[in-house]
Design a protein around this ligand. Sequence first.
Ligand code: KIV
Ligand code: ZN
Length: 498
Amino acid sequence: MNRIKIFDTTLRDGEQSPGCSMNLQEKIEVARQLEKLNVDVIEAGFAIASPMDFESVKQIAKTVKEVTVASLCRAVKNDIDSAYDAVKYANNPLIHTFIATSPIHMEYKLKMKPEQVLEQIEQMVGYARSLCPNVEFSAEDAMRSDMDFLAKAIELAIKKGATVVNIPDTVGYRTPQEVMEYITYIKNNVGNINEADISVHCHNDLGMAVSNSLAAIKCGATQVECTVNGIGERAGNASLEEVVMGITTRSDYYNATTNINTKQIYRTSKLISSIIGVAIPPNKAITGANAFAHEAGIHQHGVLANKETYEIMTPSSIGIPEQQMVLGKHSGRHAFEERLNSLGYQLEKEELNVLFNSFKELADKKKIVSDLDIISLLNNKEATQVNTYALEGFTINSGSTITATASVRVINEGNIIEKVAIGDGPIDAAFKAINAIVENKFVLNDYIIHAVTEGEDALGEAVVKLSLNGVQYTGRAISTDIMEASIKAYINGVNKHM
Ligand code: KIV
Ligand code: ZN
């Protein structure tokens, strides 16, 4: 079996796409979860892009210890220096440097001749390698490059010390058959190819990122770059969970395995969705709500007789919790902690205390607290922490014949502040009251509310995207009451600004 390395770029290629940005605390939370998932590499960011990016790469390098931490950089000295300064704190740092090799990118973007690009590769890969033992070279837009030129560029990069060579389908243009032709060409025409890992990085513009990544594995790629939930530039990147479960479920065909702890897939997918406030489509392969649901009678009948009639993998293999123990308002801390442990979570005492309080509040409102409720509480635990503003209470007055009025009460540094506002409906009124409290005019760019668990007393999750002075903040919160979830989410967004 060939061992395929999983290079996760959720925090770089994923995070750089619109609506997917995360703050430092969220990035660290994601990095920790990626470590539990056991990815081989975490691409933590693009260090030179901004001081915030630099700081998050550095903090992630200091935090995760079991996984290689990478920073992206263009093949220029300043970028490489910045990448190394940020990743050098990792146990196993990696500099990921790139330059485009396709005719269109070289001519119009880089304004460089092919010989100049080769010279840049020679100097900059060599320079990166003088700083760091792990260097990945990416030939941007490789899959629209002349194959012969690409082979030359890759051979040179390996000669100068690249330990991984990446062949991206930057614009998601290729078909699986063509990807196989590219990889095979590289294998047959790059003399020193056995000295480096061959990586692929496929975008999803034509919906083929996962198929293309798997095709590359079939003909010898040893690393796949992907993102959780497939987030990323434009139509996204290859989805990590689909690539991994493709390899795992069809290891007979691909003759390959990964080191991924597949039981952490569901949790990781939910965490990302909840942090960036982008819901997972119900029909999404592997982690969508319907991925394991059998609706048609004939299917249900088959599955009852033998699961394998319609199920090629089990929900538990990706960590979808199977309800074993019912928790309710009489459950104690010990039972709660045991349940968390059996779901794979080990929390620090303080975190456990905060979460147990949220659990008790929820158990007061719901008869039965399910495993999914617990995971939602965990994914929203940031929203349960006390921040600059904490909701104290609210009153809403609304109806078809009256103007909606909201009165919102918060605690800020020990003081109660209360404001009343009218609005175009109760949510608008409540959000205006919060703006009055914080004396700022946050603009609401997006607002989503959806049920995160099942049943009449389901938990609702509200996600708001607010902006102030051109900066966007994502706020989120859960509650069995959608008004409360919405108000708390707005306050959570405001607190992120604070
Ligand atoms: O899509 C791409 O080509 C990239 C490279 C920088 C690896 O993201
Ligand atoms: Zn990319």
